[in-house]
Design a protein around this ligand. Structure first.
Ligand code: ADP
Ligand code: ZN
Length: 653
């Protein structure tokens, strides 16, 4: 058994556990304080964004407390699919861990229970329904009586609340932990909790005395880009080919049909793309998910059914081909990018049709009017984000009640910002810049669409007056721009006083105006009648010129202009970008070697080593084990297990 398992009761400092076992130099943000709190036997409530590093907050106390003779830690996790990989990752680091869930046979479960009683396991992951069975409680009782329960970690703690979006009734039964094992410290963790959910967690889990650790929800390594939808499929292809070739990513689409189409199109272009949606057979879904987790550079094209519990750290981009319903969904989905703290992209295309579809889905839903009103408000906030001409990050965090520090992007962030330049410090009304969203990197041209908006609305008004029926966006724009189409001739709309008075506007400009009018409720879309446009109570103020309409200039594919310079071939993956030619070769050789090891261990590659660790090794070109020491992500167990092989691979590359 590895060095840390000999129960020699030597007290380990959290810092040395971090360094020796996980191979990391420093704690991130509040990790150190959380770890101290739990090691000392206190309770903690931890709110940290995805990728913030929640796991170490209970894994390090579990290791330290076991070393001090306090026995085994129990980790409650709802995500059975993940337990295997999490336990595998701990084994790789030399930590004794097990899981207990429905995938184990009775015999296997017995063996785990025996190990717990013998005290030779540091962490046990268990599904909540397992935890509250009489059998398991009896096991816990016997450990507790001997003082051998070191802590309870309750992961995804928002599942206890019906205000959270993943309510799980089994979580309610977890109150038993406090009632029955009052002396055992508890740590509850979540990445998603607004104020109501947070209070609900505290109450339901009786965490009133817990110290609260609430981190910024900023994800500084994620760059946000929202582009106007033109030909979405082509835009997506270019985005992947130019900025993320060979990298893992997720593409979210609204419908199953679209998922299938996009996955096929990408595959035809040589991208390793797989579909994932609720209409696929369970085994196909599972197989595709496994490939996404285990192979390199797979792009998952999915409906929102995909993602919960995916903790793959090297997802380099999340693309939305259709607009989600609200900012909560958008932030959660984009949050799956870049958990490893390296540069990652959140990219979305959105257009008039998205606005129309989302509005219609709300209007046609069977929900009550109050509920619809809330949904409309949430949609509006997302539309405002999409139309924004200022910093997307400020808007996103503002939605969650967080105000970015005035002096630049959030401090204590983790990971590089991708070298996109220094953030500007706002002085006296200057524009704030996070340095890592499209609007901050290249501030959009803004044009005054008030005149165009008035002309559009009055055209809609006159058409309705003259013909007694409403028309769709395309026709209205044709009239305004003075196009003599068949439909125009048929309805004699060239006779209208507004015919051709907007000839100076381009179609994208007018689309932009329509989108914003619909987004702000100054125009309605009738989904029952071929998506025709109708005036609303809100139209009047715009018609009168009382409400100005400010729009971003419709630039063609802004995502392109950013990175692509000189038309070179695909850029190397961001982690390896700084490497020399030889360094690239070493990196490639190390990745190939890692893939073999991962296959042999039946684990995802990132569990063996993160890309960043391999890139650091490739850059260093180590010749001896001593050279390897101190590389981030290379703990003592991994150094012992793989150091020699790594040196051979490096020497041979
Ligand atoms: P969360 O559960 O909050 O989404 P994880 O615990 O999965 O995040 O951590 C995200 C990634 O960051 C993991 O790959 C983890 O190894 C890494 N990590 C966590 N803490 C540190 C640290 N102090 N230094 C370096 N890497 C860290
Ligand atoms: Zn910004």
């Amino acid at each position: 058994m590895g060095g840390i398992q000999d129960n020699s009761l030597i007290l380990l400092s959290p810092q040395s556990v971090l360094h020796e076992i996980f191979g990391y130099e420093q704690f991130r943000g509040p990790q150190a304080a959380i770890v101290d709190q739990v090691i000392a036997g206190g309770d903690a409530l931890v709110l940290m964004p995805t990728g913030g590093g929640k796991s170490l907050c209970y894994q390090i106390p579990a290791i330290a407390r076991q070393r001090a003779g306090h026995g085994v830690a129990i980790v409650v996790s709802p995500l059975i699919a993940l337990m295997h990989d999490q336990v595998g990752a701990l084994h790789e680091a030399g930590v004794e861990a097990e899981f207990l869930n429905s995938t184990l046979s009775g015999e296997q479960a017995n063996a785990v229970e025996k190990r717990m009683l013998r005290g030779d396991v540091t962490l046990v992951y268990a599904a909540p329904e397992r935890l509250t069975t009489p059998r398991f409680l009896a096991l816990l009782d016997s450990l507790y009586e001997r003082g051998k329960l070191s802590l309870f970690a309750i992961d995804e703690a928002h599942c206890v609340s019906q205000w959270g979006h993943d309510f799980r009734p089994e979580y309610r039964a977890l109150t038993v932990l406090h009632e029955r094992y009052a002396a055992v410290p508890r740590i509850a963790l979540t990445a998603t909790a607004d104020a109501i959910t947070r209070e609900d967690i505290v109450e339901r889990l009786q965490l009133e005395k817990a110290r609260r650790f609430i981190s910024s929800f900023d994800r500084p390594n994620i760059g946000y880009t929202i582009v106007e939808k033109k030909d979405a499929t082509t835009q997506l292809l270019r985005f992947i080919e130019r900025e993320h070739e060979g990298e893992a990513g997720i593409v979210y689409c609204q419908s199953r049909k679209r998922v299938e189409e996009i996955a096929q199109t990408l595959s035809r272009q040589g991208i390793k793309a797989l579909p994932y949606h609720a209409g696929l057979d369970a085994d196909v879904r599972q197989a595709n998910q496994d490939r996404f987790l285990r192979d390199e550079g797979v792009v998952m094209v999915a409906t929102i059914a995909f993602g919960m519990g995916i903790d793959k750290p090297d997802v380099r981009f999340v693309a939305h081909l259709d607009m989600p319903k609200n900012i909560e969904g958008y932030y959660q989905e984009t949050g799956r990018a870049g958990r490893d703290g390296l540069p990652a992209a959140a990219w979305m295309t959105y257009g008039l049709q998205d606005v129309v579809n989302q509005r219609r889905m709300i209007d046609e839903s069977p929900a009550g009017e109050d509920f619809k009103q809330v949904m409309r408000g949430k949609l509006d906030a997302l539309l405002a984000l999409a139309e924004a001409t200022d910093c997307r990050r400020v808007r996103l965090l503002g939605y969650f009640g967080e105000i970015l520090p005035a002096a630049g992007p959030s401090q204590g962030g983790h990971g590089p910002l991708g070298g996109q330049g220094e953030p500007a410090v706002p002085t006296g009304g200057a524009r704030y810049s996070c340095g890592n969203c499209d609007n901050c990197i290249s501030p959009p041209e803004i044009w005054d669409g008030t005149d165009a908006a008035r002309k559009l609305l009055s055209t809609i008004y006159r058409v309705q007056q003259q013909s007694g029926i409403s028309f769709g966006a395309g026709h209205v724009m044709d009239i305004l721009r003075g196009k003599k189409t068949e439909k125009v001739a048929q309805f004699r709309h060239d006779q209208l006083s507004t015919f051709g008075i907007g000839a100076g506007f381009s179609e994208p400009q007018l689309r932009g105006v329509l989108r914003q009018l619909i987004a702000t409720g100054a125009l309605a879309v009738d989904g029952q009648a071929f998506n025709t446009l109708k005036l609303t109570d809100g139209s009047r103020a715009v018609l009168k010129g009382e409400t100005p309409v400010q729009l971003r200039e419709s630039v063609s594919l802004p995502a392109d202009a950013r990175r692509r310079k000189g038309g070179a071939k695909a850029t190397p993956p961001a982690v390896a970008a700084g490497l020399t030619h030889e360094g690239q070769a070493r990196f490639a050789a190390l990745k190939a070697w890692r893939a073999e090891v991962a296959r042999a261990h039946n684990l995802p590659a990132y569990v063996i080593f993160h890309d960043a660790t391999l890139a650091a090794i490739a850059a260093l070109a180590p010749r001896s084990l001593v050279d390897l020491q101190g590389i981030s992500g290379l703990g003592s167990k991994k150094l012992e297990a793989y150091g020699g092989e790594v040196l051979r691979v490096v020497a041979g590359a």
